[in-house]
Structure formats: structure tokens, C-alpha cells
Design a protein around this ligand. Structure first.
Ligand SMILES: [Zn+2]
Length: 81
């Protein structure tokens, strides 16, 4: 593995909206669908910034902690075209 320092970028589909996006796999927020019958073995899935912004108000309303987005999770600062 050659990581060339600390900047690692992955491209993959968002676990929520399935739109591909760029992310730092070490930093990106991820989730499991804990209502899934296979939640124990399901992989963690990355979430894009748009979905984080959409989901957080709902999580807070449901009494859960908002998803935190570490700096650098989305290269380019998460700008949308
Ligand atoms: Zn998404």
C-alpha cells in the first residue's frame, strides 16, 4: 500500500442516495441501516454531504446525535456544481 502521506480519496456511491461522490474513506461519515436484517454483517456505507445535511435534522428530531462531518471528509470542500 502506497498512501503517499495522508491524502486518500475514494470514489463510490452514497449509501443513501446512491449518487457517486468523492470522499476520504478514513474521514467520511458512514452509516448502517440498523433496521436491516443483516445489519451485523452489512458494510458501513459512506454518506455524501447532501444526504448528511438532509438527514441530520431528522436524526435530531428523533432524539439521535447528528452525523458529524470531519474536516477533509469531502475533497474540494463539498462544493456542488
Ligand atoms: Zn447521498
Amino acid at each position: 500500500m502506497d498512501e503517499l502521506g495522508a491524502f486518500v480519496i475514494a470514489l463510490g456511491p452514497c449509501g443513501v442516495c446512491e449518487v457517486p461522490f468523492l470522499f476520504n474513506p478514513y474521514l467520511v461519515p458512514s452509516f448502517k441501516d440498523d433496521t436491516s436484517p443483516t445489519a451485523d454483517t452489512d458494510p458501513w456505507r459512506p454518506i455524501c454531504r447532501t444526504c448528511v445535511d438532509r438527514i441530520n435534522p431528522r436524526r435530531v428530531k428523533a432524539g439521535r446525535k447528528p452525523i458529524r462531518v470531519p474536516a477533509g471528509a469531502y475533497p474540494g470542500g463539498g462544493t456542488t456544481p
